[in-house]
Design a protein around this ligand. Structure first.
Ligand code: CP3
Length: 396
């Protein structure tokens, strides 16, 4: 039996097991608290981890950013009974939501159900996640005195439910679980703006106007990310992603001066763990050469650049993740299929993990996502994988 067949059988077995679970909150606490409890096939040989390491794989693995929430009706049903942070703080529920897309979509990785702002709330920030809006912070951080309200984050004491959710999910999974944290610029923006922002004006004002305060804030946020990611990996996460979603608001020079050192601190602070580290941002086409120096093993690319061009900007060596425009998933299937193939061709097979260029849009039909997974599984095998890796695209 080749790897693909074995993977298919394992997935069928998993589906059978998961489908037999009642809808909500059925993960066994007893099984999952046994240290290291996980199915053997979720180990280091998985497709995802090999692709993240740039090794040859039989087919291109696929998962979706924001696959665990929003677009899934099962998630919406759970949300009627509990708000977002309550789900995150209830390990059974968080694990259950983490598993939903594995059952329904057949993706090659799970991402922990949590939020990038959760460690901030756990570290003393008065924060609410408002439905349809996003994270809202009552008292934004705009001065040295405000910064005092952001305590160091101790995952074991402040948010033990995260590690518990990781353990519960990993015990049920036969694909790797990806842990995550918010990037320092993205979290700083929420803290300084007090909520979601398109222009990030207060954030950039503070960054340019009070560089010492900015540096202290970013250092604190980098330490929060390191602590959070280390705790998730200790509990069983097998890869991690840093969502630096809003870094595309900066010029390369500003990114280099004001953000890169904190990004480097995060990736070096978890280097000894040996898990693949993904660095992702939106609108980062001009920042990719710098992001390549932050220390991540894989760089996530949004939909604005062909993957071949992104690879070139990254120096040609680093594996990439992406990059179907999430809005394409709202189009008729024939259009989606064509774009999936274009991404697969641009990805070049080796060192490519298929994903969207940003999170799943809430209005996405999960059945389209399931068909995308199927198509990547069918078409992402290949001559491309057998061929020498890393095509050199003409020009840029
Ligand atoms: O969706 C998943 O796969 C679940 C895990 C997850 C959530 N947030 C739960 C969530 C992940 C990976 C995140 C990351 C996150 N959170 C990011 C980085 C990814 C990205 O989209 O750029 C950012 C910027 C946030 C901050 C945040 N949290 C925003 C902007 C919002 C509101 C908009 C929205 O719908 O995403 C949230 C709320 C939130 N976090 C929801 C979910 C499922 C939706 C609201 C809800 O159910 O109440």
């Amino acid at each position: 039996m080749n790897y693909a067949e074995a993977g298919g059988l394992a997935r069928m077995a998993l589906r059978g097991r998961l489908y037999s679970l009642p809808a909500v909150s059925t993960v066994s606490r007893r099984t999952a608290t046994e240290p290291g409890a996980r199915s053997p096939s979720s180990g280091h040989e998985s497709l995802l981890l090999r692709a993240y390491r740039g090794e040859a794989v039989e087919r291109v693995p696929v998962w979706f950013m924001r696959q665990a929430g929003r677009s899934l009706p099962e998630y919406r049903a759970i949300r009627k009974r509990a708000d977002l942070l309550e789900i995150c703080r209830t390990p059974d529920l968080a694990a259950e939501v983490t598993l939903l897309p594995i059952r329904r979509l057949g993706v090659d990785a799970a991402i922990l159900f949590s939020d990038i702002t959760l460690p901030l709330a756990a570290a003393g920030i008065d924060l609410e996640i408002v439905a349809g809006v996003g994270p809202v912070i009552a008292d934004p951080i705009r001065s040295a005195a405000d910064l005092g309200r952001l305590r160091p984050f101790d995952p074991a004491a402040d948010a033990p439910y995260v590690a518990e959710a990781v353990r519960l999910a990993v015990a049920e999974l036969d694909v790797p679980l990806i842990g995550f944290a918010g990037g320092p610029f993205t979290l700083a923006s929420y803290l300084i703006e007090g909520g979601p922002s398109k222009a990030h004006t207060h954030t950039r004002r503070l960054m340019y106007g009070e560089p010492l305060l900015w540096r202290r804030l970013l250092e604190a946020l980098a330490e929060i990310a390191v602590a959070s990611l280390r705790a998730q990996v200790a509990a069983g996460a097998q890869a991690v992603q840093v969502f630096e979603s809003w870094a595309g608001a900066l010029s390369p020079d500003s990114y280099r001066e004001f953000v890169l050192p904190a990004a480097q601190r995060i990736f070096s602070g978890i280097a000894d763990l040996g898990v693949p580290r993904v660095h992702f941002g939106v609108g980062t086409g001009e920042l990719l050469p710098l992001m390549a120096t932050a220390g991540a093993d894989v760089v996530g690319v949004d939909w604005r650049l062909p993957l071949g061009v992104a690879r070139k900007r990254l120096g040609g060596e680093i594996p990439v993740q992406g990059n179907l425009d999430p809005a394409i998933c709202l189009a008729p299937w024939e259009v989606v299929a064509q774009h999936v193939d274009t991404v697969l061709d641009g990805g070049g097979g080796r060192g490519h993990v298929f994903n969207l260029g940003h999170g799943v849009a809430p209005e996405t039909d999960p059945d389209i996502l399931r068909r995308v997974v199927e198509r990547v599984h069918e078409h992402g095998v290949s001559r491309r994988i057998a061929a020498p890796a890393r095509p050199d695209p003409p020009g840029d």
